[in-house]
Write a protein that binds this ligand. Structure first.
Ligand code: FE2
Ligand code: FE2
Length: 283
């Protein structure tokens, strides 16, 4: 069990996911996402840290460190089990384990008859959260992601907290395009560091392109929910974002589904993993 600390103010990583889920609860008006009153103190503090500390230099440094994939060598199922060792201060009777969240997402995708690569994408999409097990603070693992090195869109939640970010004092980072060229393409853009970008780096050689967009940008809510940052995207990015939009409801809304029977579905997933991935990969 872990207790919220100054460095890790969330009781669990899921607390962030749940906050996002409540922001976009079905039937809720889109504008209401700015209503942060329901966010508890831990979530607020989490965003304060995220927005204050995610600078261009920080994101570049983490991308270089983790992009080298020198932390571990393990298979996909092993990585899921490793992630599952992350024990939060949650109620084990009502809260899902990390593995269960992955399986609920992938099983919901499978139930709707989507292609096998997309089912697999659901299963792997949050494996990057193992960053927590490498002692990264919560603000560098989860949270809505956004480009760094250019002006922060007002479509990012808790926008006011960016005032404390050192990049706010770098004029070159505060123009609309910042260090980027107009419509340079998201691949050229450094995103705030977190589990999306880390996992993308680990799996990019093995999954089809729409899957990679789903993985790399699933927390990029300002873009896939609010249409921000189109000035950095190419027409191809926009096309690929249709996949990100298609994926998001499975991530957000599959929690209500029944608890997955891990033992029963494991053989299916072992086959599926073997179809796309080597027995072990670098993390
Ligand atoms: Fe995620
Ligand atoms: Fe997720």
């Amino acid at each position: 069990m872990t207790t919220p600390t100054a460095e890790n103010p969330l009781r669990s990583l899921e607390e962030w996911d749940d906050f996002v889920g409540s922001r976009y609860a079905p039937g809720k008006a889109n504008e209401q996402f700015r209503n942060y009153e329901t966010a508890d103190a831990g979530v607020r503090e989490f965003y304060r840290q995220n927005h204050a500390f995610q600078t261009l230099d920080f994101a570049r440094a983490k991308k270089a460190e983790y992009g080298a994939l020198r932390k571990r060598r393990m298979g996909i199922w092993q990585a899921a089990e490793f992630l599952n060792t992350l024990v939060d201060e949650s109620d084990p009777d009502t809260d899902l384990s990390q593995l269960e969240h992955l399986l609920q997402t992938s099983e919901a995708i499978r139930a709707e008859g989507h292609p096998r690569w997309m089912v697999l994408t659901g299963f792997v999409h949050d494996l990057g959260k193992i960053l927590c097990l490498f002692d990264e603070p919560q603000w560098a693992v989860v949270g809505d992601t956004f480009p760094v090195g250019c002006a922060w869109s007002d479509q990012i939640v808790f926008h006011d907290f960016f005032a404390a970010n050192p990049d706010a004092k770098v004029p070159g980072y505060q123009t609309l395009h910042g260090v980027y060229e107009p419509h340079c393409g998201l691949d050229q853009v450094t995103m705030s560091w977190g589990h999306d970008e880390y996992l993308y780096g680990a799996v990019k050689d093995y999954l089809p392109e729409p899957a990679l967009y789903m993985i790399r940008y699933h927390s990029f809510y300002p873009a896939h929910r609010h249409g921000a940052y189109r000035h950095l995207m190419t027409p191809h990015d926009e096309k690929m974002f249709e996949s990100v939009v298609k994926f998001n409801p499975f991530d957000l809304y599959s929690k209500g589904a029944g608890r997955p029977d891990v033992k029963a579905v494991k053989p299916y997933y072992e086959d599926l993993i073997a179809e796309f991935f080597p027995a072990e990969l670098q993390w």
